[in-house]
Write a protein that binds this ligand. Structure first.
Ligand code: HEM
Length: 406
């Protein structure tokens, strides 16, 4: 008799929030294409993940789901209402709508436009570091990892001053819906936060119409006013996506990236001594940390992945984080940071294919400046208490991390 135990993907298991990596390793080895009790398929190997993400025939639109997890569907309907329209953001649209929306927004993300933000980013980072220097301690997520990407996306969009803590609480509730498991309370909190965020953005858009400026929000409003290329609803949903994606992900790269480097003093020293490694090191941290752990596709035909048949209309969560640690791709040291690793930019942290993250250069630049400057300014920085994790399955990261900096 064989003694093979069935493997389950259970992100609610104790210890998962602190370290999902052992779970991924087990699934990669035993059931890399996994139909979960959550009613969704999961892919855990690099080759399968990147092939599905790049497959132009697959969809991201809810309307193509025919194999629903009925419990999850009922939860969402109870929270958001029976007739709630799905978001029209580009992340949930297929071509040709996706192509049109992405083209409009892309104009703000040209290499020149991102490079022009460097002085803004440097100033924000230096201000944060000066405060830490004076105090001698920091809670790095609160002082740097969260406010930096939040302020940068606010500047790009041209948002008026907002109540940062309030908006942070709403977006935190909203991104919970990206997790494969969510409680009823979390659904209701997400729906309430979504409504409040939408009203805030409606007010901001109305204000911006009356006060146009040289910013992304004004450019998108003009695209909407110029004809039918962007409806009012689409305008709000793209702004909402940019605003939330602009900070809820990069916070994890900077906060968790600094945490992981401080736990690996040899790698931190190599990076501290070699600023020319900033670019490669941030990609290695993207690989190692995976600020977004899963991305979703919906099958538009029956497909075969690695010998497993997946029906048309199924939800497939591609395990970006697992793919980023797959030894078949990265070798035996996949579970270690190596800031000099060659080819590390082939990670799938930004997804792949037509939905590849539009903000990738901005996120990289923010992290290069923040992490590089932090390490060099505070060579003696130390972790002084246990990190607290945000408890999210998808946008996983450190939520609180106390450091001494001298
Ligand atoms: C470390 C930071 C970030 C990570 C790890 C990340 C990750 C991702 C991932 C995994 C996707 C989906 C890709 C796919 O399914 O193939 C995505 C899409 C997207 N991201 Fe990011 N992101 C980050 C930062 C940002 C920033 C700073 C912005 C904007 C300011 C942004 C804007 C977007 C947009 C607009 C999309 C949708 C693209 C599309 O559907 O065509 N992201 N991102």
């Amino acid at each position: 008799m064989t003694d093979i135990q069935p493997v389950f993907f259970n992100p609610l298991e104790e210890g998962y929030a602190e370290s999902p990596w052992g779970h991924f390793d087990e699934l990669r080895r035993n059931e890399p294409v996994h139909f979960s009790l959550l009613g969704q398929w999961f892919l855990f190997r690099y080759d399968d993940v990147s092939a599905l993400l790049r497959d132009p025939n697959q969809s991201v639109e809810d309307a193509n789901i025919t194999h629903h997890n009925e419990d999850r569907l009922a939860q969402f309907r109870a929270g958001f209402g029976e007739d709630a329209e799905p978001s029209t953001s580009m992340l949930g649209r297929d071509a040709p709508d996706h192509t049109r929306l992405r083209r409009l927004v892309s104009k703000a993300f040209t290499p020149a436009a991102i490079a022009a933000l460097r002085p803004v980013i440097e100033e924000l980072v230096d201000e944060a570091l000066n405060t830490m220097d004076e105090r001698g301690t920091t809670e790095i997520v609160h002082d740097l990892a969260f406010p930096l990407p939040f302020d940068v996306i606010s500047v790009m969009l041209g948002m008026p001053e907002a109540d940062k803590d309030q908006v942070a609480a709403w977006s935190s509730a909203i991104v919970k819906t990206l997790d494969p498991i969510i409680s009823d309370e979390e659904i209701f909190a997400a729906a309430e936060a979504d409504e409040k965020m939408s009203s805030l953005l409606d007010e901001v858009i109305a204000w911006k119409r009356a006060n146009p400026a040289d910013d992304l929000l004004t450019a998108l409003i003009q695209a909407e006013e110029d004809g039918d290329r962007l409806s009012a609803r689409e305008l709000r949903d793209q702004v909402s996506l940019l605003f939330v994606a602009g900070h809820e992900t990069t916070v994890n790269l900077i906060g968790t990236g600094i945490y992981e480097l401080l736990r690996d003093p040899k790698q931190a020293k190599i990076l501290r001594d070699n600023p020319s490694l900033d670019v490669n090191a941030v990609d290695e941290l993207l690989r190692f940390v995976s600020p977004v752990q899963f991305s979703r596709r919906i099958t538009t035909s029956d497909i075969n992945v690695d010998g497993y048949s997946i029906d048309k209309g199924s939800v497939v969560l591609t395990g970006l984080a697992s793919a980023n640690r797959d030894p078949a791709k990265w070798g035996d040291d996949a579970e270690r940071i190596d800031v000099q690793r060659t080819g590390t930019a082939q990670h799938v942290s930004f997804g792949s294919g037509s939905h590849y993250c539009l903000g990738s250069s901005l996120a990289r630049l923010e992290a290069q400046v923040a992490i590089g400057r932090f390490l060099r300014r505070f060579p003696d920085a130390k972790i002084v208490s246990e990190a607290e994790w945000n408890g999210r399955i998808n946008l996983r990261g450190v939520e609180r991390l106390e450091l001494s900096v001298h």
